[in-house]
Design a protein around this ligand. Structure first.
Ligand code: BYC
Ligand code: FE
Ligand code: FE
Length: 479
């Protein structure tokens, strides 16, 4: 059962061969997916040989193999983590009951919505990143981009499998619609805000994979404890891939910082706010990086939904969506008598208010996300410290520039001070990249396609992918 069948059109470890109806539905969806990939996926490079990893097993050790693949021929598979015998529901009102192998009728709509929202983000991110191959700072980075893209494509398959197997005709319709909405489209946009933003340059891509893929991690972790076992097993395997996406983002930004630090040290630039001095050498100044952090972090916080949410309380109670690493939390996992401290706007300032824990599920997940992001900031700041620079990067306050939840009606500075709308607009260039900053970044986006060479604004990685040497040809460009 957990062996992956690679002889089938759709590689899988779910014994697809024995379910003729499902197999037909997925095989009918396959050409539509390929059409979508070719028309809305990476622009160009479809005939190039890309050094990609493909999942070939689901155990922690040795689940992937590396080799050259043309992207449209990537083996997008349906891979579930192994079933745990005797697993019971870990939280909510059904706590202790055996997990569900089928959709519980009373929760069908709730569950379908979670699967559809999760599924919608995956192709959206591929669409957002479709032009980046053309301006890759190296073949190494180009390969990483395409690796992330094919895996987000696989994540879409993961959700489509659930929809088609467990949700009948509605599920098949939802699967079609996942290919019909498009990131940024005026008429049929993707469901969640951040997935309709543009990713026009590589700094944005690295920030996106740092911050927005990290929301993916948090959401998948909370679905990984779902009482609906097929969803839990699917998301558990997706998490193994998510690690690489966040690695690409975190080390990508780190390498940009590294390059800037080197430029500053070599040229005796000591004022970190002197952006022209750094830009003269083709690097990205630290202040602009801070502004990009402010943008991507605040957009991503909105993905957690309202801090206080009955939707979240209902899906927790139902046993469908838990908290971050639910099973490791030391409490009763039902939360009927618990409270949780939630940051809210009270009398014109941000205050912490004890709130019934069930209604604060989203707030808590968001807090766990913030802690995770703080660790990333520490790593980035270590690079600055190593170079003896008196500057540090930081996360903006949670109230800054929010469109969803507690802070959506107020205007707050990056320090969390609530100001008037007029003042906020007057000062916003202090916190967000200006058009001129963004144009400068875009002007740096020239592709570098010689093996082992890197664009002026980014340092080489510390190690190659799968132990490959520095001048490895990660993408063999089609003539
Ligand atoms: N934009 O109670 P509320 C990833 C709507 S990323 C627009 O506040 P809830 C990835 C909401 O639909 C992870 N609308 O929120 C990363 C609702 O509308 P209705 C993706 C929004 O439901 C990088 C209303 O507001 N996975 O995998 O508790 C690359 C009130 O809802 C937004 C998931 O998110 C928004 N930002 O929580 C590739 C997991 N936020 O129904 C991939 C599945 C809320 O009242 N989704 N609304 O009309 C969920 O768990 C929840 O739906 C959310 C929202 C956490 C997103
Ligand atoms: Fe994903
Ligand atoms: Fe991802």
């Amino acid at each position: 059962m957990s062996e992956v069948d690679y002889t089938a059109l759709i590689p899988n470890n779910v014994d697809l061969a024995s379910d003729a109806q499902l197999k037909r539905a997925l095989e009918a969806w396959y050409p539509k997916y390929i059409d979508w990939w070719k028309s809305k996926g990476p622009v160009g490079f479809q005939d190039s040989e890309v050094y990609l990893r493909t999942a070939v097993g689901v155990d922690a050790e040795g689940w992937a193999k590396f080799g050259y693949v043309k992207m449209p021929e990537y083996r997008w598979g349906i891979l579930l983590a192994p079933q745990e015998a005797g697993r019971t529901i870990a939280f909510g009102q059904h706590k202790g009951e055996p997990v569900w192998q089928d959709v519980p009728g009373e929760y069908r709509a709730m569950l379908r919505r979670l699967v559809v929202i999760q599924g919608d983000t995956e192709p959206a991110s591929v669409e957002q990143q479709r032009f980046l191959g053309q301006t890759a700072p190296s073949l190494y980075d180009m390969r990483n981009l395409f690796q992330v893209n094919v895996e987000e494509g696989r994540h879409l398959w993961a959700m489509v499998y659930l929809l088609q197997k467990y949700f009948g005709r509605d599920g098949r319709e939802e699967a079609e619609d996942l290919l019909k909405r498009t990131s940024g489209d005026a008429d049929k946009p993707r469901i969640l805000g951040a997935f309709n933003e543009a990713t026009p340059d590589w700094l944005s891509f690295f920030m996106f994979t740092t911050f927005t893929d990290r929301d993916g991690k948090m959401q998948l972790e909370s679905l990984a404890s779902s009482g609906f076992d097929p969803l839990a097993r699917t998301t558990r395997f997706m998490l193994t891939e998510e690690g690489h996406h966040m690695f690409v983002g975190r080390t990508g930004v780190e390498r940009v910082i590294q390059q800037t630090c080197e430029v500053m040290t070599e040229n005796g630039i000591t004022d970190p706010t002197d952006k022209e001095a750094v830009r003269k050498h083709g690097a990205i100044d630290l202040a602009t990086m801070q502004k990009k952090i402010n943008f991507h972090y605040s957009v991503t916080l909105d993905l957690f939904g309202a801090e206080i949410s009955t939707n979240a309380a209902n899906s927790f109670n139902a046993g469908l969506k838990g908290r971050f690493r639910e099973v490791r939390i030391d409490d009763d996992h039902q939360l009927e008598n618990d409270t949780y401290p939630v940051a809210r706007v009270v009398d014109g300032e941000v205050q912490i208010v004890d709130t019934p824990a069930l209604s604060a599920i989203n707030a808590r997940l968001c807090d766990d996300y913030m802690d995770d992001c703080e660790k990333v900031m520490k790593r980035w700041n270590r690079v600055l410290q190593t170079h003896g620079l008196d500057y540090s990067l930081s996360l903006p306050h949670r109230a800054f520039r929010r469109a969803v939840g507690e802070f959506s009606d107020v205007y707050a500075t990056v320090a969390g001070e609530i100001v008037s709308e007029t003042e906020w607009h007057e000062r916003k260039d202090e916190w967000l990249a200006s058009d001129a900053d963004l144009e400068y970044i875009l002007s740096l986006m020239q592709s570098e396609t010689s093996p082992g060479k890197y664009a002026s604004w980014i340092a080489a990685p510390r190690a190659g992918i799968n132990g490959q040497p520095g001048d490895f040809e990660y993408v063999k460009l089609a003539a």
